[in-house]
Design a protein around this ligand. Sequence first.
Ligand code: HEC
Length: 501
Amino acid sequence: MMISKGKHLGALLILPAIMLGCEQQHRLSLKQLDSIQLDKSQLKVEVLTSGMEVPWDLEVDDMGFLWVAEQKGKVSRVNPETGAQQSLLQLQDVWQERTSGLLGMAVHKDFKKFPYVYLNYTARKDSGIVSRLVRYTYENDSLVKPFLLLEIEGGTSHNGSRLAFGPDEKLYWATGDVHDYSYAQNVQMLNGKILRMNEDGSIPEDNPDPESYVWALGFRNMQGLAFSSRGILYTSEHGDAIEDEVNLIQKGGNYGWPHIEGKHDLEQELNFAGRNNTLEPLRSWTPVIAPSGITYYGSPAIPEWSNSLLLTTLKGKSLRILFLNETGDEITGEEILFENHYGRLRDIVPGPHGEIYLSTSNLDWNPQPGFPLDGDDKILKISPAEEVSSTPLIPIKAQQALVAQSGKELYLSYCASCHKEDGAGVRDVFPSLKASGLINGDPAKLIDVVLKGSGESENSQQMPSFAFLTDSEVAEILNYIRSEWASGPTSISPDLIKQSR
Ligand code: HEC
């Protein structure tokens, strides 16, 4: 993709001098961070842009430009060769707190002819929160003519969302359940669904119900949505305390939330599945990894990854390569790259030459120890290289089964995503365990909270139930907490947990 072509030459000429300065500087070369060694291919990781703030969604248009939506409402277009960045829009009506804000973007597939950019973001309306889907038109280096396609209920959390165009030229929108357990299974509500619409926002006649946007239902909080080159639609989704998922989406499919989490493996799940004909995920993860952006990789440029799903993770702070079978309906293997290396990874998209762009999310509401790094947030570019450094990164095979773990490891797997590694929690969101009166003395109440979970806190956050852990796992975790943050209380036995169930 060259910027010096056709009408974009004009666009470049009217850039302010300061941006041209930037452009020249970038053009020298991108800064290389690392090399990657695959079976045969050698890759490099470079910094395409830095100094961004939570680049939540990345898209590539049919001219090869990279579009970036930042959570606070900024949209820009980046030259994928030079990293030169052009700001196009700052939303004025976006409402951004923790996980809300500008969360979804799609560019029209035939962008030359239909220069439309679709944005989904949360906004305040009267005393409530809404989630807006708005189409903008790209004109004279700016995004103009906002046109509201659809507005649904928004929430303080679980707003999804992702947007994607299908090969059928319809727009798909993955919405969140806004933390209301009654929504995902209610077809009258547009939350906790995949919605399908025409590019002008009208309902397609061939939807399961021609009067409804609903294409598939039973979702909690999807963070990734992508079509493969065969036209298969995949999603990634956050589970509650367990069972993050990747799903293959079928027309009219019911994916079970909140009655089913992950695979259909509990008796009550099998009952619900039998009555409602629900579909199982292709893959689920417990402990959770907080999957985020997902994309299909079909290019021969990196042959080892061809026909895979690339998934970025937040909690897992990694890139997952999910290898697909030929028909795309099975995940046959999983590899992990970059674990803890660049921090939280938010979105990923392949470019026109098989190169890959991914964004960090180290300035978001949930910063991790050791991050942000210099220049965060960044967009990184992965592409084939002639040679690798002496210490290249190498993907590792994911462990499928969990082996017995210590109390500390179990705590880090199941509890630290909310209460944090040091037990201090997140102010006003997740309570500090260190400062909790519950962890001292008589353990009855403490055991109860962990087994049963606890109602909503002010920020509509819940303590999930951990009844699925074994007696000894719960005992291990509680003994770890009490030995770390309480003043020497007696130890809790697996038997005591058993009696409390
Ligand atoms: C998804 C986030 C999340 C996870 C994961 C989580 N918690 Fe919690 N936890 C909460 C929230 C939110 C509350 C407050 C609930 C309320 O106010 O009713 C809470 C409350 C608690 C409390 C009560 C604190 C007090 O003083 O009232 C304890 C103890 C606790 N959690 C322990 C754990 C343990 C042990 C684990 C891991 C097995 C864990 N939590 C995992 C979100 C979480």
